[in-house]
Design a protein around this ligand. Structure first.
Ligand SMILES: Nc1nc2c(ncn2[C@@H]2O[C@H](COP(=O)(O)OP(=O)(O)O)[C@@H](O)[C@H]2O)c(=O)[nH]1
Ligand SMILES: [Mg+2]
Length: 404
């Protein structure tokens, strides 16, 4: 199961531009066999230091890419389908928007830091919109959505509790469609102080309080302050950063990232997403306009913010908000390879706390059935099935049913 990030935000803040920039494959990446899904589903990558250098091997990645020692690991990105554009009616968001929240493991909330979008999501004079208010608006919609989701299931929850099952299990059964699991619920119960209160006695205030906390736990969110290339954006970015103390606010220019990726595709520059530099391949190939645009991006975006923010936002979501670890399963622990001799073929993103057993299950259910133990390929030692995976672990799963 891929990690799935949902892009949310008001109309015209740059969601689709961000999506297009993040899912557009640079030339080297385009050979990767992607499954084409609906247009609003795309494959993006998070980037981490590959273990190949440390292990001193040349790898042959299968489920990911290794570019100059960096592993590019696919994740799923969802954006609203284009049709929805303009469907924003007053403060209501429509089901599609919440649908994205429901399907995602974490949310990328894009605001227009330049303030060129008004309350209703219409494009307006830069500097007039209020991105901080937009953040609160959207957050409120999400809290209401979760509160209602829980309240709609209230009778069912009460009924199912009578069977003696604990509350987190009962709730998780009913909320799993929204990618909310027992752990999320357990944590939210603790953090909201409702752990010891009988569900029957929850007040509407309790429902809301619980929904607020559950939203934070189950749908962690970063704020992308987009359109940093426009003049009034810096001031709004600072306001967002200073006011939203519990959120990570990433300054970004989705348009700049898109421009750079297009320049890569045209063979004009060399650029690794997320880096704060690019190299012009042949100065004489550039039109004056292209030269100007690249120069602007170099000075005003990369120079100021150490990147366009697009790749950084993806990495923060996966490695910070979701606390995913990159784990490399191999069949042969001495060669770090699969059965066909591919070195470090796969990398799996596993949530913190996941064990050898969870990894076996993620690879193949058969593998888990006969699971015996794992081998740490670096050290050549056995690891028990409840060993908690660490970032950059290279492991061989030993199973009676199938060798990993
Ligand atoms: N200046 C600037 N404009 C942007 C940026 N990202 C998007 N836009 C523009 O904002 C408008 C709305 O973008 P779009 O991606 O369709 O927004 P969506 O409605 O949120 O999907 C378009 O005119 C984009 O070209 C950016 O980083 N900088
Ligand atoms: Mg859009």
């Amino acid at each position: 199961m891929h990690v799935r990030l949902g892009i949310i935000g008001k109309t015209n803040t740059g969601k689709t531009t961000f999506f297009n920039a993040a899912t557009m494959q640079s030339a080297e990446v385009s050979t990767y066999p992607f499954t084409t899904k609906q247009p609003n589903y795309g494959v993006a990558h998070v980037i981490t230091h590959c273990v190949c250098k440390e292990l001193g091997v040349k790898d042959n990645p299968r489920n990911s890419l290794c570019i100059e020692g960096y592993r590019h690991i696919p994740i799923e990105l969802i954006d609203l389908p284009g049709l929805i554009k303009g469907a924003w009616a007053g403060k209501g968001l429509g089901n599609q928007f919440l649908n994205i929240a429901s399907q995602a493991d974490a949310l990328i909330h894009i605001v227009d830091a330049s303030g060129s979008v008004d309350e209703e999501g219409r494009l307006t004079e830069p500097g007039t919109g209020n991105p901080l208010a937009d953040v609160y608006d959207i957050n409120e919609e999400l809290v209401l959505w979760l509160t209602k989701l829980i309240e709609r299931q209230e009778d069912k929850i009460s009924r199912n509790l009578k069977s003696g099952k604990p509350l987190p299990e009962v709730m998780a059964d009913l909320l799993q469609g929204a990618r909310i699991n027992q752990e999320h619920i357990q944590t939210a119960l603790k953090q909201s102080g409702l752990e010891r209160k009988d569900f029957e006695n929850w007040t509407p205030m309790d429902d809301r309080k619980f929904a607020e906390v559950l939203l934070d736990v189950a749908k962690p969110m970063i704020i992308v302050a987009n359109k940093m290339d426009l003049e009034p954006a810096q001031e709004n970015y600072e306001i967002l950063r200073d006011q939203l103390v519990n959120k990570i606010v990433v300054p970004a220019s989705a348009e700049a990232e898109l421009t750079l990726k297009r320049a890569v595709q045209k063979g004009l520059i060399k650029y690794v997403p997320g880096e704060e530099v690019f190299q012009i391949i042949d100065e004489s190939q550039l039109t004056e306009k292209q030269q100007w645009a690249l120069d602007f991006i170099d000075k005003k975006i990369l120079g100021e913010y150490m990147g366009t923010g697009v790749q950084f936002a993806l990495n923060v979501c996966v490695f910070k908000l979701l606390r995913m670890n990159a784990v490399y399963p191999v069949s042969d622990p001495t060669k770090f390879s699969d059965k066909s001799g591919n070195v470090l073929p796969d990398v799996y993103l596993m949530p913190s706390g996941a064990t050898v057993r969870d990894l076996a299950r993620a690879i193949h259910s058969e593998l888990e059935k006969g699971l015996l133990y794992a081998v740490d390929a670096r050290l050549g030692i056995r690891l028990p099935n409840d060993y908690q995976l660490k970032d950059r672990d290279v492991l061989t799963i030993v199973s009676a049913t199938r060798k990993g």
